[in-house]
Design a protein around this ligand. Structure first.
Ligand SMILES: NC(=O)c1ccc[n+]([C@@H]2O[C@H](COP(=O)([O-])OP(=O)(O)OC[C@H]3O[C@@H](n4cnc5c(N)ncnc54)[C@H](OP(=O)(O)O)[C@@H]3O)[C@@H](O)[C@H]2O)c1
Length: 324
């Protein structure tokens, strides 16, 4: 039993399913199988990125399901992201066309700026350029200049909408004060340990949808991290509704007003994570989940800390697992 799924409307009139399949770090081959299965289960929103190296697998799965008549192109929302070495304004169109070539479709639904900081360009495939000392080569390109180049992609028909990811409140406010086209999303890390209440409220005020990455705190069974994923207390909430811990966490993020992007390559877990629209948490459940907030991040991008556009200087940098 899935329950009724209400689509959300963006500030540019487009619509989106309020849950998406994450695809970061899926093993080669697994990503295509995961997307094929997810579409059969009912997912109509897939999150990928140039950086993940799996745009081709996402595109292949979507094209297969269109060819089989399971979906039409307009039924599915594909988000992908501009990587940090493509931030020079004159490289943005090239980057988007390269992504479309990988995906094998004429347009994507949403193109996000993956991070506000930039890397030196040393070729399309050199994603994390390093100097002789092994330090990541950062360059000071203003994200406003990159954004202006992204705005042009809509008129070119390469993407329907544009947005940002990992922008903090100051960066988002500065962008809003200086853009022609407003971002429709800010994709940020959200889970009980990092509830992002202030940033979510700023986004809501400005009619920007928040997509929540690492909704399960990038669950790691061996390390039993993060605590909220392996804690009997959260399972007691699940027991009230006959749901798993993952389902409780995903539901919590939906009720915070975000769109969670749980990643799974496992068919049973892909189904489990989607089955969250037939129950509602109560105030006591929210209070317990809120109590895990301690500001800990999974994706801290410490290699870019020296950039003036690094987004997390003002927040706690406790880290329980390294992102990259
Ligand atoms: N914009 C950004 O900078 C950014 C950064 C990070 C992530 N993202 C996006 O957000 C998505 C989600 O984040 P994430 O992949 O880092 O972490 P996540 O979704 O919080 O966690 C993924 C991990 O949880 C496991 N898992 C999934 N469902 C489960 C369940 N029901 N029970 C137990 N374990 C489960 C997965 O294993 P199995 O695959 O084996 O199920 C995987 O190891 C990414 O895939 C990506 O699309 C964006």
């Amino acid at each position: 039993m899935t329950g009724k799924i209400e689509y959300l409307k963006h500030n540019d009139g487009t619509q989106i399913q309020p849950i998406g399949l994450g695809t970061f770090a899926s093993v080669e081959g697994d990503c295509e199988r995961a997307v094929l299965h997810a579409i059969d289960v009912g997912y109509r929103h897939i999150d990928t990125a140039y950086f993940y190296g799996n745009e081709g697998e996402v595109g292949a799965a979507v094209r297969k399901k269109i060819a089989e008549g399971v979906i039409r192109r307009e039924d599915i929302f594909i988000t992908t992201k501009l990587w940090c070495h493509f931030h020079e304004p004159e490289r943005v169109e090239h980057a988007c066309r390269k992504t479309l070539e990988n995906i094998g479709l004429e347009y994507v639904d949403l193109y996000l700026m993956h991070w506000p900081f930039s890397y030196k360009y040393r070729g399309d495939n050199e994603l994390i350029p390093k100097d002789a000392n092994g330090e990541v080569e950062l360059v000071d390109i203003d994200y406003l200049d990159t954004w202006r180049a992204m705005e042009k992609l809509i008129d070119m028909g390469l993407t329907r909408s544009i947005g940002v990811s990992n922008f903090n409140s100051e960066q988002l406010s500065r962008l809003l004060a200086n853009c022609k086209i407003k971002p429709i999303h800010n994709q940020i890390e959200v889970h009980p340990a990092l509830d992002q209440k202030n940033l979510i409220s700023l986004c809501k005020k400005n009619d920007i949808v928040v997509t929540a990455f690492c909704p399960l705190g990038r669950a790691n069974v061996e390390k039993q991290t993060p605590a909220f994923m392996f804690d009997g207390k959260v399972q007691t909430i699940g027991n009230k509704y006959n749901k798993t811990i993952a389902q409780v966490l995903i539901r919590y993020l939906i009720e915070l007003g975000t769109i969670p992007l749980p990643k799974s390559s496992n068919p049973k877990r892909i189904e489990e994570n989607f089955n969250v629209f037939d129950f509602q948490l109560d105030a006591e459940d929210h209070a317990l989940l809120d109590s895990y907030h301690n500001g800990e991040r999974v994706a801290h991008a410490r290699q870019a800390m020296k950039s003036k556009y690094y987004p997390f200087h003002k927040t706690t940098l406790n880290v329980y697992s390294a992102c990259f």
